[in-house]
Design a binder for this molecule. Sequence first.
Ligand code: FES
Length: 63
Amino acid sequence: MENKIICNCKQVSVADIEKALHEHEHFASVEKAFEEVQMVTHCSTGCGGCHAKVLDVISELMA
Ligand code: FES
């Protein structure tokens, strides 16, 4: 996956999300993974406009 910025407010990239995900290998759901990624990277804590994009990237990385 191309390493682009997913969350502009917090400057969180695909690689940042991937790194946050790999700190914990197993998540019960995409939502749980999102909570973890958000805690680590602070993505989607600004305008919130990237929420769906972040979820998409997480689903793709978890697939
Ligand atoms: S773009 Fe992610 S919170 Fe604004």
